[in-house]
Design a protein around this ligand. Structure first.
Ligand SMILES: NC(=O)c1ccc[n+]([C@@H]2O[C@H](COP(=O)([O-])OP(=O)(O)OC[C@H]3O[C@@H](n4cnc5c(N)ncnc54)[C@H](O)[C@@H]3O)[C@@H](O)[C@H]2O)c1
Ligand SMILES: *[C@@H]1O[C@H](CO)[C@@H](O)[C@H](O)[C@H]1NC(C)=O
Length: 443
């Protein structure tokens, strides 16, 4: 905010309105004194109109540019909110130690909200950042932010590409960890809006890592990659050692690039990095663009759903992973992340670089997913079964999680049946379906 104000001062006279009036008055007097003929008066009038137009357009330029940078952040009150939200509240001498101070990017997103809540509940400090973009209904993101606020977690509205904001956050709080979940998600949307993937998953990632490597102390970084990096790999179950150099979508390619970019920052600047390859995460407060969510919506509204089938009539299958299991994997990654070793942007020694699959190890076909939903909702779905177009979705995912089990103690415990029950219960209550309905009583 402060820096902004300085920039605006450079561009504008201190009291623009006043200066204008005086100048206009002087001009009129001169006009009367020296040029009495109508011809020159006309020229002067033209000149005045042009001046006014320039002035107005300049103003609207300043307006738009300051709206672009604008900052819903900055100021003493804001800094106080950040510090309060970032302070760990574990009882002194508690078994878990002093408590972390975590910057969560994408905190108003699905996974970000759950992780932030879980951290806060065990006494860690959390500050969120999210740009509340319109990829899916922002009112759901705002509702998640309200939920976080009610637990004392503050979410800054801002973009991870805003380097000044990130620097400011690290100036105000010496974050011990960054949980980087902000991204442009979704496989098919990449064909519609490829630039958004480059903006958030490439440029945004680099902007964030720049801020992390400059920070003193440097935080340890845990971030969300994706199972989609396995791309055309068909050796199952997917293991961290398998090939990931054949992505099938731009989304996957940006996540793969993220793994290489974070490796560079680990190598040059000594940032501690943990990349987590999530496998189809689902649950309450989930993402409306994902199949389980849109199926539920359409089934309840009596609308048809499109079920993709692979070539040769093979059903698609996904290793659906329940959100609480993913949250435990994220927190375990934060807890076991070794320290970053750099200071002042220079590496002082090797820092850990890790990659883990976080899946459920029990792939379920999409028709099975639909039949579970039909049972909970007590409605038969109208299904359009169509062959999957070659738009980036892979036919099958299945995680080998032995590495995460060994090093993080990761052990998923929620079946798709159980998890969908919790999702449907949340869905009905969030979207205001009557508690008296059959569907609700069935749960
Ligand atoms: N949900 C899954 O099945 C799944 C699977 C694999 C990987 N992932 C990854 O996990 C992470 C979290 O996913 P999610 O399902 O919670 O998605 P989400 O879309 O709900 O959350 C991402 C959040 O990041 C925010 N964001 C996006 N670009 C931003 C930017 N430039 N600056 C600031 N904020 C920005 C969005 O507004 C959103 O709230 C993502 O990195 C995603 O790619 C998710
Ligand atoms: C899973 O991965 C581990 C290495 O992390 C490997 O030793 C094991 O054989 C793999 N399991 C299967 C079933 O492929």
């Amino acid at each position: 905010m402060r820096v902004l104000a300085e920039e605006e001062e450079d561009m504008l006279p201190s009291t623009p309105g006043k200066v204008k009036i005086e100048r206009a008055g002087a001009m009129t007097r001169q006009l009367h004194r020296c040029f009495a003929s109508t011809g020159t008066m006309f020229l002067w009038a033209l000149f005045l109109v042009a001046m006014t137009a320039t002035y107005l357009s300049f103003h609207s330029f300043v307006d738009t540019s300051s709206r672009y940078f604008a900052a819903s952040w900055g100021g003493l009150h804001w800094e106080r909110q950040i510090r309060a939200s970032a302070s760990p509240r574990r009882p002194p001498g508690s078994a878990e130690g002093a408590g972390l101070s975590v910057l969560v990017t994408g905190a108003a997103g699905f996974v970000g909200t759950h992780c932030s809540l879980a951290l806060r509940k065990r006494g860690d400090g959390v500050v969120g950042i999210d740009n509340f973009n319109k990829y899916y209904d922002p009112s759901l993101k705002k509702a998640r932010r309200a939920l976080l606020a009610s637990h004392g977690v503050f979410v800054v509205e801002g973009d991870i590409n805003d380097g000044r904001l990130l620097t400011k956050l690290f100036d105000v709080v010496p974050f011990t960890h960054v949980l980087h979940l902000a991204a442009q998600a979704g496989v098919r949307y990449a064909m519609e809006n490829p630039a958004s993937y480059v903006h958030s998953n490439i440029a945004g990632l680099v902007s964030l890592l720049e801020a992390c490597k400059e920070a003193d102390p440097q935080p340890a970084v845990v971030w969300a990659s994706s199972s989609s990096v396995y791309g055309l790999n068909d050796a199952v179950p997917f293991s961290e050692a398998h090939r990931t150099d054949r992505p099938a979508s731009l989304y996957a390619a940006t996540k793969k690039a993220g793994e290489e970019i974070t490796h560079t920052y680990n190598h040059i600047y000594g940032l501690s990095v943990t990349g987590l390859r999530f496998f189809t995460v689902y649950g309450p407060w989930g993402r409306p663009d994902m199949a389980y969510f849109s199926f539920t919506r359409n089934i309840l509204q009596g609308k048809p759903i499109t079920v993709y089938r692979g070539r040769d009539h093979v059903d698609l299958a996904r290793d659906f992973t329940y959100i609480d299991d993913i949250v435990r994997g994220c927190l375990a990654s934060l807890d076991t992340a070794g320290r970053s070793t750099g200071t002042g942007g220079r590496k002082r020694g090797p820092a850990p670089y890790r990659i883990f699959n976080l899946g459920n190890t029990a792939p379920v076909t999409v028709p099975t997913l639909v039949s579970i939903l039909e049972r909970y909702l007590r409605v038969n779905a109208k299904k359009n079964v169509v062959e999957m177009p070659g738009n980036g979705d892979v036919p099958f995912t299945h995680a080998n999680i032995s590495l995460a089990r060994e090093q993080l103690g990761y052990k998923p415990t929620t079946s798709l049946e159980m998890g969908l029950k919790k999702f449907v219960r949340w869905y009905l209550s969030y979207y205001g379906y009557n508690r008296g309905t059959q569907a609700f009583n069935n749960l």
